[in-house]
Design a protein around this ligand. Structure first.
Ligand code: 13P
Length: 259
């Protein structure tokens, strides 16, 4: 992992924890982590929308250096979009990162590459950082279509962005077959796709390719994180299930001590 790119370990809580449970989670996490842990690694938590305001208050009043993240947003600033939440509303909660185009949004809620692109632009316009997700299904992997799928998602998801914007992004490579299944990509396979993502970004956006942070996601645990993080093009992890246990998530944040 390059010295210029600070690792980012993110906990995607998905649809888990009401706001009471969420407060307990971050308090426990902050109790376990030491101030110096955050100097080496950026840490973000992505609770459901209903928890954001409560967590923001706890993080800010207790000066916890955990960064707040959301799991989705809408691209419009306001309007008749029942059930949606605007990026600008998240900005007001001091949200730092917004996950965009998670495979669960794409597969279960029909989110398209064009919508991902609009969301990425809305998040950037609202001064937050998108974590743009990509990854192939098992069928695509077995058919040798991983590269085509991932490059396609990156090129469409980041279409019409300037190099300065792309350099500040986070891209999460999450092979769909590895999510919630206990099957992790081998560090070498994950590295090979993350390296492909970086070279794709370099080819199109030049130096942004060196700056962009690339996370791996899919059954990351404290046991497999050190080997994944040793790969030169993996700059962090997007963690689902293991992020729901503060002790385990803290071990992942401190992956250097485990491996
Ligand atoms: P798991 O860590 O539970 O496999 O989930 C990964 C994920 O989807 C994170 O966004």
């Amino acid at each position: 992992m390059s010295t210029e790119r600070k690792p980012l370990i993110s906990g995607n809580w998905k649809m888990h924890h009401n706001h009471f449970e969420a407060i307990q989670m971050v308090q426990k996490l902050s109790y376990i982590l030491n101030p110096q842990d955050y100097e080496k690694v950026d840490v973000s938590v992505h609770p459901p929308f209903t928890d954001l305001r409560s967590i923001q208050t706890v993080l800010e009043s207790d000066h916890m250096p955990i960064l707040l993240g959301a799991q989705n947003c809408h691209w419009e600033e306001k309007g008749a979009f029942t059930g949606e939440v605007a990026a600008t509303m998240l900005e007001k909660l001091n949200v730092s990162f917004v996950i965009v185009g998670h495979s669960e949004r794409r597969e279960l809620f029909g989110e398209t590459d064009a919508e991902v692109n609009k969301k990425v632009k809305a998040v950037l316009k609202a001064n937050m950082t998108p974590i743009v997700c990509c990854g192939e299904t098992l069928e695509e992997k077995e058919a040798g279509k991983t590269e085509e799928k991932v490059i396609g998602q990156i090129m469409s998801g980041l279409a019409n962005l300037k190099s300065e914007a792309v350099g500040g992004l986070v891209i999460a490579y999450e092979p769909i077959w590895a999510i919630g299944t206990g099957k992790t990509a081998t560090p070498e396979d994950a590295q090979s796709v993350c390296s492909l993502i970086r070279s794709t970004v370099k080819e199109k956006w030049g130096s942004a390719g060196e700056a962009v942070r690339i996370q791996y996601g899919g059954s990351v645990k404290s046991g497999n994180c050190p080997d994944l993080m040793r790969q030169p093009d993996i700059d962090g992890a997007l963690v689902g299930g293991a992020a729901l246990d503060p002790d385990e998530f803290a071990r992942i944040v401190n992956y250097r001590l485990v491996g």
